[in-house]
Design a protein around this ligand. Structure first.
Ligand code: NAD
Length: 491
């Protein structure tokens, strides 16, 4: 259990990873006015750190530093950039336990999940370190006899990120690693709820040998001002955002003024479909991982579980046994589910449950805040959920699994696609022709077939419709930080 920052520091084998100042031009600095904001441990509610609260002017200075450093970084060979990124990856893995403890302390997820997030986050650094060397251009047969056409890829310049609290490490590395590999400089403004994981990444980047200014980490409690600075500062050539669709729309609107290149990883409303030919025990395992990982606070987690009528009762029975076996508690104390991030997050889960119950759904298990108090919530299953309930339209972002019943393939495809979101979808089925047809018919960027876990650095992650723009991970992830330049030569 964690009581305070003193406790956290004493738990770390390398206490210097716990940084509370901003990281700008390879220096650890306070903001111009010395302000700080509190970071709390959601499992206990106590303050574990006071972090430098940067103003817009501070952010502008960080952007200046990034711009000044970027061209020299881009001029290194790909192998030189690769070696530094590779050092960063090695350091992250060497300090995996410490990074995981910092993450659990500020975010609440179980320590084993935090360990998993650090290796997932580090995997992007490893992957893009290598990918830097494969930033191939192309030659195109000339359109006239004397013409030679070459296409090269160049770094876009300074990229700036705004990231959420639910994956405080990986949401940053998934952006920073391809940007740095491409030759961009990167300015990261982490969530005000979880800046410590980001700052610890800065400590390791410095040790890895990243040149001054190439990675700036700028905590700020004023999200709106940070977004405005990134959108209105013309030195920022690329904005990359992960968070809600609501905030994504605001940022896209602001970025329109300068026609700024944007990547948006936004909200989801993932359907998880169990067909009558599914192997039910495997579907239960998949649904557990997909719904309850990170306490349901994951953009790709199952938000709506559709079960075909013939297996609905049996699936519900087996799923309930698995859900009731989960232990809720402090992430440092071996729990399967930690606290929700905040009181508003808990209120949202309660609202979705109340709305569903008022329209005829039934609680199969859970359904209310946990006896532990704070923001702990009982893992919950609702049955008899229908398309008119709020949960079918909005992500709950909590440990509540709503079970919908369906009769046939066409019905469930229509219901699954009946949303403004299109990030991830899952289904369990064995019939091969059904597998192909359903995978093609679902309007989502990511499809899990007979699996509830789809995130990996080697595949393109991202959504369609209002779930976002662009992809992260895989070779496509680096293109988000590159511009194509076509050179036409007469010979
Ligand atoms: P959020 O949109 O409220 O906040 C995300 C970030 O934006 C935070 O750092 C926040 O401080 C900042 N922010 C808030 N208002 C802002 C403004 N006006 N201008 C600029 N920045 C602003 O989302 P959240 O609650 O932190 O995270 C959960 C959301 O993120 C969910 O919708 C989830 O689906 C989404 N998410 C998406 C992905 C993905 O890859 N698609 C991954 C993780 C989370």
């Amino acid at each position: 259990m964690l009581d305070s920052s003193t406790d956290l520091k004493s738990m770390l084998s390398d206490p210097s990873l716990l940084q509370t100042q901003a990281f700008i031009n390879n220096q650890w600095v306070d903001g111009e006015n010395g302000a700080t904001f509190d970071v709390s441990n959601p499992a206990r509610g106590d303050v574990i750190a006071q972090v430098a609260d940067l103003s817009r002017a501070d952010l502008a200075r960080a952007i200046d530093g990034a711009e000044a450093a970027q061209k020299k970084w881009a001029a290194l060979t790909a192998k030189e950039r690769c070696n530094i990124l590779r050092n960063w990856y090695n350091l992250m893995m060497e300090h995996q336990s410490d990074l995981a403890m910092i993450l659990t302390a500020e975010m609440g997820k179980p320590l084993t999940e935090a360990m998993g997030e650090i290796s997932y986050g580090a995997s992007f650094v490893e992957f893009f370190a290598e990918e830097a060397k494969r930033n191939y251009g192309e030659t195109i047969p000339g359109h006239q006899a004397d013409k030679r056409i070459t296409v090269i890829k160049q770094p876009i310049g300074v990229a700036a990120s705004i990231t959420p609290w639910n994956f405080p490490n990986a949401m940053i590395t998934r952006k920073a690693a391809p940007a740095l590999a491409a030759g961009c400089a990167f300015v990261a403004r982490p969530s005000e709820l979880t800046p410590l994981s980001a700052l610890a990444l800065g400590v390791l980047a410095q040790r890895a040998g990243l040149p001054a200014g190439i990675l700036q980490i700028v905590p700020s409690n004023d999200a709106s001002a940070s977004g405005k600075e990134f959108c209105e500062n013309s030195k920022v050539r690329k904005l990359t955002f992960t968070g809600s669709t609501r905030v994504g729309r605001i940022l896209l609107g602001q970025a329109a003024e300068q026609v700024k290149k944007c990547s948006m990883e936004l909200g989801g409303n993932a359907p998880f479909i169990v067909f009558d030919d599914a192997v039910l025990d495997e579907a239960v395992i998949g649904a557990m991982a997909c719904k309850f990982r990170n306490n349901g606070q994951t953009c790709v987690c199952a938000n709506r579980i559709y079960v075909q009528a013939g297996v609905y009762e049996e699936f519900t029975k087996r799923f309930k046994v698995a859900v009731e076996a989960m232990k809720v508690g402090d992430g440092f104390a071996g729990a399967d589910l930690g606290p929700l991030i905040s009181k508003p997050a808990l209120a949202k889960v309660e609202d979705h449950i109340a709305d569903a119950l008022s329209k005829g759904a039934v609680v199969a298990t859970g359904g209310k805040p946990h006896d532990l108090g704070g923001t702990f919530f009982e893992p919950t299953i609702l049955t008899g959920v229908t398309q008119d309930m709020t949960v079918s339209k909005e992500e709950t972002f909590g440990p509540m699994a709503p079970l919908f019943k369906f009769e046939n393939v066409d019905d469930v495809i229509a219901m699954a696609n009946d949303t403004i979101f299109g990030l991830a979808a899952y289904f369990y089925a064995k019939d091969l022709s059904r597998v192909y047809k359903v995978a093609e018919a679902l309007e989502y960027g990511i499809i899990g077939v007979n699996t509830g876990i789809i995130s990996t650095e080697v595949a393109p992650f991202g959504g369609v419709k209002q779930s976002g723009l662009g992809r992260e991970g895989s070779r496509h992830g680096m293109d988000e930080y590159l511009e194509l330049k076509y050179i036409c030569m007469s010979v």
